[in-house]
Design a protein around this ligand. Structure first.
Ligand code: SAH
Ligand code: MG
Length: 226
């Protein structure tokens, strides 16, 4: 039998603000490559997609240690969407030993290869996001070639070399529904600030007439499919 005076009271508010604050704070603290203002902008863009499309599906290409998955996962949870967070978890070319974005702590001593999956899992499970965020472990073009679910939101932040970036764009952008969103990270109009491929994809998306601009923050570009 329940004793009202001793039964812990559950919060009676349906206000999403405390949970949102918790998730965005976890995202900010997570290991990864995304300044908080860009992460917040990513969250807000995905929130629009989740609110616009009933039972929305989000995909992110390039999960690393789960940082952007927490920003996107917060929007997914809030709107009833599901995020598929895709990565082979072995790092991009630029993450390998001797390159600019290498972290030796992420190398699995058993294989000598980068393995970010345990870190991704810790971030997502620690945030309690397993009902809204699903990990997809594999090669992006391979998954894209079999993908059939229309996307309300697609975030491209995978390999930034010429071949991987274009493969992600060609493989995933056609899955974005009319009225859906495509976000691209590390878009640098000035070559002095960073590599060309993400910028070239963004230009192509606009020049193709398939997408229009729908926001920007730092190197994050948000596009909407016409
Ligand atoms: N979005 C992340 C950063 C991603 S870094 C964050 O918020 O911190 C880029 C990621 O793309 C790396 O984890 C790398 O493993 C992944 N990647 C590169 N090429 C890939 C491919 N062909 N298939 C799947 N993942 C790939
Ligand atoms: Mg990036």
């Amino acid at each position: 039998m329940e004793h009202p005076e001793t039964t812990p009271t559950r919060p009676v508010t349906s206000d999403a603000a405390p949970r949102r604050a918790e998730l965005l704070e976890r995202a900010q603290r997570a290991t990864g490559f995304m300044p908080d203002d860009e992460g917040q902008a990513l969250y807000l863009a995905a929130l629009r997609a989740g609110a616009a499309v009933e039972g929305a599906t989000f995909v992110e290409i390039g999960a690393w240690c789960g940082k952007s998955a927490l920003y996107l996962g917060a929007a997914a949870e809030e709107t009833g969407a599901v995020l598929f967070s895709l990565d082979h978890h072995h790092g991009s070319e630029e993450n390998q030993a001797g390159w600019e974005h290498h972290d030796p702590a992420l190398v699995d001593p058993a294989t000598g290869r980068i393995d970010t999956l345990p870190h991704w899992r810790r971030a997502v499970v620690g945030a309690g996001l397993e009902a809204s965020v699903v990990g997809v472990v594999g090669d992006s073009p391979t998954v894209a070639s079999r993908w059939a679910i229309p996307l309300a939101f697609c975030f491209i932040d995978g390999g930034h070399g010429e071949a991987p970036a274009w493969a992600d764009y060609r493989g995933w952008s056609p899955h974005v529904v009319a009225g859906g969103w495509l976000a691209i990270h590390d878009v640098f109009p000035d070559p002095a600030d960073g590599g060309r491929p993400p910028y070239d994809l963004w230009r192509d998306a606009l020049d193709s007439g398939r997408f229009v601009e729908d926001g920007a923050c730092g190197s994050l570009r948000v596009l909407r499919r016409v």
